[in-house]
Write a protein of this length. Structure first.
Ligand SMILES: [Zn+2]
Length: 230
């Protein structure tokens, strides 16, 4: 908390170690950034996401393609950075992570016929508590790199789900069932669904089901990080 407050007051200080940032550094110094655990290739990332979802929900990975930049470890510098984004309202950090994710996706090869970028929505009540949706910021950064529009209105959360922290995979699945509603705007489109960190994939699976039910032709996935197997 103290670190995040410091960052709001002194934006030129590393979010993790509080050293002064160099002009080319953003939010986090290169030494702290080096401790992040990036995937070497997009196919390695896609495999990790697939394994995460399949290990929790059996063999139905419902995504056309899937991209993810980092492996997420507990108590890591990345966790500290993502926490700042989520709870401390450092808006442009999400955008910056999204932009970097998009640039990496393009550098890794053809991203296919993605037509719109849809962030996993927060419920209206939660949005008021937190004042913004971090996935929407990541989606905005992705939109800049991928040159496709953000269509937040295509997916809404119709039910206020309880926090998933500490819930088992089954409990998470139950918590998310029927929580989303997609608009007819997705009909026939290839949608890129965006989240910050994938833990079991319960939220994403429920969101993807809603998009499909409203006629989305393909649903792909982009996330900043996926929980590493500890
Ligand atoms: Zn640092």
């Amino acid at each position: 908390m103290r670190e995040q407050l410091l960052h709001l007051l002194f934006p030129h200080v590393c979010l993790v170690c509080q050293k002064l940032l160099l002009p080319e550094e953003e939010y986090c110094c290169s030494a702290c950034k080096e401790t992040f655990d990036p995937f070497r290739t997009s196919s390695e990332a896609e495999d990790a996401l697939r394994q995460t979802v399949v290990s929790h929900f059996g063999d139905h990975f419902q995504f056309e393609r899937a991209w993810c930049r980092y492996q997420f470890h507990k108590k890591s510098a990345l966790q500290q950075v993502l926490h700042s984004m989520k709870y401390e309202g450092i808006f442009n950090l999400g955008k910056s992570l999204g932009r970097q994710l998009g640039e990496w996706m393009i550098s890794e090869g053809d991203i296919g016929d993605i037509e719109c970028i849809v962030p996993v929505p927060l419920h209206r009540l939660k949005k008021t508590e937190r004042s913004y949706n971090q996935s929407e910021k990541i989606a905005e950064g992705l939109a800049q790199s991928l040159r496709q529009p953000v269509c937040s209105e295509f997916l809404v959360r119709k039910r206020y789900t309880v926090s998933q922290t500490g819930l088992s995979a089954q409990a998470r699945q139950k918590n998310c069932e029927g929580a989303f509603l997609a608009s007819k705007g997705v009909r026939g489109r290839h949608v890129l669904l965006v989240d910050d960190v994938v833990t079991t994939g319960a939220t994403l699976a429920a969101a993807a089901r809603a998009l499909r039910a409203s006629g989305a032709e393909k649903v792909s996935l982009a996330a900043v990080a996926v929980a590493a197997k500890e």
